[in-house]
Write a protein that binds this ligand. Structure first.
Ligand code: C2E
Ligand code: CA
Ligand code: CA
Length: 593
């Protein structure tokens, strides 16, 4: 920077005459050569000072051009800073300084020339310095601006990235970040050839969170989630915790050495979430269920791991919640097979892959064929003949049981009609009903229609309902049973003794028959004279049933010995391998002739 020098003190004896004239001419010459922040009189005063300093310098002994440099640089500092401004300055001073101040020493023209040269040099240097300075300032300003812009950009990028990868409510990593990290575990394992690399995933789901939301409102629900997130973050240490759904969280445990590593994390998580918290004045206790997968990275994919964790979470839920479950491939395969079977059933029913076997129900006294139980089977195109234990519960879960059961009922009644056409002493047909069917409002209508269509007398049809099916429903089925009984259809309680065995309850129901579960009969295998407990229980049951005017059929009778002892007890009828295995309708037809 060029400092402006102090104005020169006027020489002794005051300002020489002529200074003002020079200053005025000088001011006039430079006005308009560049932008000047000075008013005209200020400019004249300034240039007057310079004139005095120049005159003093001309007269000084020894002579030096130093003052010339300074004046040049002062001009630039005062913003008289253009090539034109310098040119006019030189011109005016050359023309007027010596003349107007009446200086005519012979040395003077030479001194004057050197002084003007000094002014030009000082002026040019100052101008160059100033330009460099300005450029430098501009460069610095540009640099600072760019840095600030970059910082702002980085900050907004980071903010944007954070927003894109985090859950806004809890600020936990979101599904996308979790997926990325999970993928990373797999891809780095592939790169480093880490064949033995293992990982663990905990799929965490709050139990009963919906109830909190529904009863206390979403605001409290949100606060609870925030508090759960905090506890998770604290509870699992360095592992990645992400929120991937409403009340679903996942923990990624990378590089496990064994299953125990993940179990510890799961235990810590359950403990952390289980601590009671006060949320907005409500003391809340939530529990969480966790599905755990822990395995080698090799041989699986991220999406398989997540599906397995999800499946396992449902195991934890159905095992009673507030606990963890560990993925079990065998159980999973079994479950998948069940899904596949369940999904294939509707089409199988349409294609006629189901068929019925019939098993005799025989009078223990005299051995007459009283009835036959219809038992459904599935001739599966690749798996062979499947028994009802493989698919009935699936059909109950999917609801297909109503359609399947309707088919069974109609088919059994058609067959029973054929037997009746052959013999007046044809057996009744006994058809199993699932809970869903009993609860189906169309059941009575359907049974009525089937009986009409097949021209089967109602007393040739028996419907078997398990005791637990009756107990598990409200009073709807009781009305249904009464309507069915009113039609003249026989009602039997199936598998009696496996549930509540509530005989007094049966009193209020229109039931004709009790089928004693096979497990009672099993006890009769022991040689006579050993343990008689089962026999006493059976005797009591049969006596009670008879008091209620129910006939009793024992199931699962496999030996002549069992049959004989059941007859001795007073049991009315029996069913079992001893009397005939379930088989095609033709077998029954043959028995009739
Ligand atoms: P359930 O009603 O108790 O049927 C008797 C089961 O015991 C039949 O098994 C039969 O084959 C078997 N069994 C018969 N005699 C003996 C014996 O002496 N010893 C032994 N150990 N077992 C014997 P299945 O055919 O496998 O039927 C199993 C269950 O499937 C049935 O038990 C019944 O609850 C259900 N079920 C069968 N058909 C239908 C149907 O059409 N609809 C519904 N809802 N359920 C059915
Ligand atoms: Ca049955
Ligand atoms: Ca049974």
């Amino acid at each position: 920077m060029v400092e402006q020098s102090e104005p020169a003190a006027d020489p002794p004896g005051g300002r020489p005459p002529g200074v003002a004239a020079v200053a005025r001419a000088w001011a006039k010459a430079v006005t308009g050569t560049s932008y000047l922040p000075l008013a005209q009189d200020q400019l004249e005063a300034f240039l007057g000072d310079l004139t005095v300093r120049l005159v003093t310098a001309l007269r000084a002994e020894p002579f030096t051009v130093r003052v010339g440099y300074q004046v040049g640089s002062d001009l630039v500092a005062a913003h008289i800073a253009s090539a034109e401004g310098l040119g006019r300055t030189i011109e005016v001073l050359d023309l007027r300084l010596l003349r107007d101040l009446d200086i005519d020493d012979p040395d003077m023209p030479d001194r004057m020339a050197r002084l003007l040269g000094g002014i030009a040099t000082g002026y040019t240097r100052a101008l160059r310095d100033r330009t460099l300075d300005e450029q430098e300032t501009i460069r610095r300003a540009a640099l600072v601006a760019r840095e600030q812009a970059e910082i702002a950009l980085r900050e907004s990028e980071a903010r944007y990235r954070h927003r894109a990868t985090h859950d806004p409510l809890t600020d936990l990593p979101n599904r996308s970040l979790f997926t990325q990290r999970l993928d990373d575990v797999f891809s780095t394992a592939g790169r480093t050839g880490g064949e033995g690399r293992r990982l663990g995933v905990c799929f965490v789901d709050l139990d009963g969170f919906k109830i909190v939301n529904d009863t206390l409102g979403h605001h409290i629900g949100d606060l609870l989630l925030v508090s759960v997130a905090e506890r998770l973050r604290r509870g699992v240490g360095e592992h990645l915790v992400a929120r991937i759904g409403g009340d679903e969280f996942v923990i990624l445990v990378a590089d496990t050495t064994c299953t125990d590593d993940v179990l510890k994390v799961a235990e810590a998580t359950i403990a952390a979430i289980g601590e009671p918290v006060v949320v907005d004045g409500h003391e809340l206790t939530v529990t969480a269920s966790i599905g755990i997968v822990e395995r080698t990275v090799a041989g699986t994919t991220p999406s398989e791991v997540m599906r397995a964790a999800d499946v396992t979470l449902h195991w934890a839920k159905s095992a009673g919640k507030g606990r963890w479950a560990l993925f079990d491939p065998v159980r999973n395969d079994h479950q998948l097979a069940r899904y596949a079977l369940s999904a294939a059933m509707p089409a199988a029913l349409d294609r006629g892959e189901f068929f019925l076997d019939y098993q005799p129900l025989v009078a223990l006294a005299g051995g007459a064929l009283l009835g036959v139980e219809a038992l459904v089977r599935w001739r599966h195109p690749t798996m062979g003949v499947l028994g009802p234990d493989r698919f009935i519960s699936l059909a109950e879960d999917s609801g297909l049981i109503v359609r399947l059961g309707s088919w069974v009922l109609a088919e059994a009644c058609r067959e029973a009609r054929r037997w009746l056409d052959r013999s007046a002493h044809a057996p009744f047909v006994s058809v199993n009903l699932a809970v869903r069917q009993v609860n189906d409002p169309g059941l009575v209508r359907y049974v009525t229609d089937v009986l009409a269509d097949t021209r089967l007398p109602a007393d040739r049809l028996q419907l078997e309902i398990t005791e637990s099916a009756l107990m598990s429903t409200a009073d709807g089925p009781v009305r249904t049973l009464r309507e069915l009984a009113d039609l003249g259809v026989r009602i039997a309680i199936d598998d009696f003794g496996t549930g509540y065995s509530n005989l007094s309850y049966l009193r209020s129901l229109p039931v004709q028959e009790l089928k004693l579960a096979g497990k009672f009969v099993e006890g009769l295998r022991a040689p006579a004279g050993t343990d008689r407990t089962d026999e006493s229980i059976l005797l009591t049951l049969v006596t009670l049933a008879h008091t209620l005017r129910l006939t009793v059929t024992a199931e699962g009778v496999e030996t002549a010995g069992q049959a004989e002892r059941l007859r001795a007890i007073g049991c009315d009828a029996a069913q079992g391998w001893h009397f005939g295995r379930p088989g095609p309708a033709d077998g029954i037809t043959e028995r009739l002739t």
